[in-house]
Design a protein around this ligand. Structure first.
Ligand code: AVJ
Length: 311
């Protein structure tokens, strides 16, 4: 369910996306009820390695990661979601002061917290419903101890370079004296990347196309669903996967009384998923004041979790 304000924001963003050249819209609009379900399915796909690779790293090295965080920490998870990945950390953290998952979706966050509370009855869970990329107020620390951040999933891959800098700048301030554990998807064989975003079962295609279907359901967008196809490719110079909705033919979309023309082959750019080298990301983080710490990566070198010491 969308509030009136959220629907208006989606409509305004879609109007401006369709008016600009190149056309592009924020990937946050993938995640309605249906889109979130499709993303859960993506995480289980044989071709989509990030989720299982990161979970394996957390399970294998959770004790070392928790040691970096130190005893009595206040743990902040950015963009919390289903709270599956924090469990291997909680299993090893010594006397955490509090766990503060921050997520924009209130109902999902509270449901995930209720499930977590059943398994960690002694943990103080203090959910914060907020957009963590905007100014937000964390709970005050009740005891000495470090404030540490957790940002899994390579969600940072969706951020443009300027957004990465502003997120890391904000995190460096609020985690001052502590640190950040962050998951990043690494630069690799483009064939592996291509398969991960072009799965054989077509789930990623459905996830991408759901953006237009959602706009039809919520905003009354008029378009021919057969008129667009999923397009995902590795942009090597920019080191990112790009996802687009590609128009198969000349067509006109109608949204709230406006008509928007697509020529055959024109696209609406729906997502960037940036890939990094470990050293490259550490350099970016250093600009925000973070010092490089331990790095955990899988045997293929496909995914990494980095400990970054805050200033
Ligand atoms: C949630 C941003 C990490 O970039 O891999 C998965 C989203 N898009 N398949 C990613 C996504 C297509 C995912 N992130």
């Amino acid at each position: 369910m969308l509030t009136l304000g959220a629907r208006t924001a989606f409509a305004a963003d879609l109007h401006s996306a369709l008016s600009q050249r190149p056309r592009s819209i924020s990937p946050k609009y993938f995640y309605d009820e249906i889109g979130s379900g499709l993303f859960e399915q993506i995480c289980e796909l044989p071709e989509y390695y990030p989720t299982r690779t990161e979970l394996a790293l957390l399970n294998r090295h959770g004790a070392e990661m928790a040691e970096c965080m130190g005893p009595g920490a206040q743990l902040i998870e950015y963009g919390a979601g289903a709270l599956r990945k924090v469990r291997p950390l909680l299993d090893h953290l010594v006397r955490p002061q509090a766990f503060v998952p921050v997520d924009i979706s209130g109902p999902h966050l509270l449901a995930a917290c209720a499930a977590l509370a059943r398994d960690y009855p002694h943990l103080h869970i203090a959910p914060l419903v907020a957009d963590f990329t905007q100014a937000h107020e964390l709970p005050t620390r009740t005891a000495p101890g470090r404030r540490v951040g957790f940002f899994p999933g390579s969600s940072i891959g969706n951020f443009a370079p300027a957004e990465v800098q502003s997120f890391l700048g904000m995190a460096a301030q609020e985690l001052r004296g502590g640190g950040l554990l962050i998951g990043i998807d690494l630069i690799k064989d483009p064939a592996v990347l291509h398969a991960a975003y072009n799965d054989a079962a077509g789930v990623t295609a459905a996830f991408n196309l759901n953006l237009l279907a959602r706009a039809r359901r919520e905003l009354g967008l008029q378009f021919d669903p057969e008129g667009f196809i999923h397009s995902a490719f590795y942009n090597a110079p920019l080191q990112r996967i790009e996802m687009h909705l590609l128009s198969r033919r000349a067509q006109v979309l109608h949204l709230g009384g406006e008509a928007y023309e697509f020529a055959a082959g024109e696209t609406l750019h729906t997502e960037n998923s940036c890939k990094y080298s470990v050293a490259g990301f550490q350099t970016v983080a250093a600009r925000a004041g973070f010092a490089a710490g331990p790095v955990w990566t899988d045997e293929n070198g496909w995914f990494a979790l980095l400990w970054l010491q805050a200033p």
